[in-house]
Write a protein that binds this ligand. Structure first.
Ligand code: SF4
Ligand code: SF4
Length: 89
């Protein structure tokens, strides 16, 4: 399901607690990458905490996946690098 780009959803985004979230993203108040699309900087991938975000639950971004698939996704989601959720595959 596509995630609406709203202030309310941005407030729920937990990217700020992610170790991949960097100074560029912080200084440009970026977030909600699953709706807004990629960051403007180069991403140095560390982890992705999207699967534990309330937006993931609310818009059922990974609802069809089992626990193992979510673990794998935690290492591979990176909407900040790949762009919005719901547009891939
Ligand atoms: S799913 Fe990821 S990018 Fe989307 S709001 Fe949550 S933490 Fe941010
Ligand atoms: S999209 Fe994922 S990897 Fe990127 S900052 Fe947000 S939680 Fe971290």
């Amino acid at each position: 399901m596509l995630v609406p780009d709203t202030k309310e959803n941005l407030a729920k985004c937990v990217c700020k607690s992610c170790s991949t979230y960097n100074e560029y993203m912080k200084s440009n108040a970026e977030g909600l990458f699953c709706a807004k699309g990629k960051t403007g900087c180069t991403v140095e991938k560390k982890e992705c905490v999207c699967v534990s975000c309330p937006i993931d639950t609310e818009y059922r971004l990974t609802a069809r996946l089992d626990l193992m698939e979510k673990m794998i996704l935690k290492l591979n989601t990176f909407y900040c690098e790949t762009g919005p959720a719901g547009l891939k595959k």
